[in-house]
Design a protein around this ligand. Structure first.
Ligand SMILES: C[S@@+](CC[C@H](N)C(=O)[O-])C[C@H]1O[C@@H](n2cnc3c(N)ncnc32)[C@H](O)[C@@H]1O
Length: 290
């Protein structure tokens, strides 16, 4: 089979098995699966007549079957770009989302004048936030927690691959208490805390796209009955970790800003105006102890 034939075949299979995919999405998925198989970019345009080897044909068939079943592409490829860095991902962690880069930006822009900042990322997942911060600020030390041991394994692999393992301390989280694991190491010491906690309302999870519901870890999504449980816990539990002038930057779900601001203000935090993402959503809340 040539690359061009393989591309047509992949498009046909995706069209049959995932009819809900827009044509452009199916096209892009077929191309990326094929490019990943032959380790070439835009292979169907550049080398349409090149034949696939037996091993490549088998690899493509396996990847295509996974994609046809709805497995998200980053899990199939086992990688996802975030902050211009390549992260290993699998089903132990949430796939990093582009809007989360706004959270990294929010932290970095507010610590420009802080020498050797001490930072934390609570609920680190793949480590994308903690590692991006450490990568961008070579003088920073970052504490990263997660309640999932599988996530910590993935974050450790990424910290090592991306060369920041000596400045990123990975610490087992506590599902009931966001600051407890950090109290011995970082009490009153953090210049900034970032967190993208689970924030989907429990009964809304099943309404998400099947790719998310069937493959991404529910412990990374489920924010309790109204989606706000983690924000309630963070508002009451983590002030003790902040240094004087320290701040918290939180990712939010669509439509949550007003409610989360009220929760934080009720617990004695001063909340800045929201940061808006490229989709027009109030995506990041920044707060300091009042
Ligand atoms: C929405 S995911 C975010 C992952 C990653 N930071 C990102 O932005 O892609 C939330 C993460 O928080 C973790 N988590 C949930 N409750 C936690 C807790 N109490 N302490 C630490 N981590 C927690 C989950 O295991 C999950 O990895």
């Amino acid at each position: 089979m040539t690359i061009q034939e393989a591309h047509h075949h992949a498009l046909h299979v995706l069209g049959q098995r995932r009819p809900q995919l827009a044509r452009t999405e199916a096209h892009s998925l077929a191309r990326l699966l094929l490019d990943n198989t032959v380790h070439l970019s835009h292979a169907h345009l550049q080398f349409p007549e090149r034949a696939l080897s037996e091993a490549e044909a088998q690899h493509l068939a396996g990847a295509l079957e996974e994609a046809a079943c709805g497995r998200p592409l980053p899990y199939i490829l086992q990688r996802r770009e975030f902050w211009n860095l390549e992260f290993f991902v699998d089903e132990r962690v949430l796939i990093p989302r582009p809007e989360t880069e706004l959270l990294v930006e929010a932290v970095l822009s507010r610590i420009e004048e802080v020498p050797s900042p001490q930072l934390a990322d609570l609920g680190t997942g793949s480590g994308c936030i903690a590692i991006s911060l450490a990568h961008a600020r070579l003088d920073a030390r970052v504490f990263a927690t997660d309640a999932s041991s599988g996530a910590l394994q993935v974050a450790a692999l990424n910290a090592q691959t991306l060369g920041v393992e000596e400045r990123v301390s990975l610490i087992g989280g506590d599902v009931t208490h966001w600051s407890a694991p950090l109290l011995p190491a970082a009490s009153g010491a953090l210049h900034a805390i970032a967190s993208n906690p689970p924030y989907i309302a429990g009964d809304e999870i099943t309404q998400l796209q099947t790719e998310i519901v069937d493959y991404e870890p529910h412990s990374a999504l489920n924010g309790g009955a109204d989606g706000l449980d983690c924000y309630r816990a963070l508002a009451t539990q983590i002030k003790v970790l902040l240094a004087p002038q320290g701040f918290l930057a939180l990712e939010l779900g669509a439509g949550q800003f007003a409610k989360v601001r009220a929760l934080f203000e009720a617990q004695g935090w001063c909340v800045e105006a929201p940061l808006i993402d490229f989709g027009g959503i109030e995506r990041v809340l920044v707060a300091r102890p009042a």
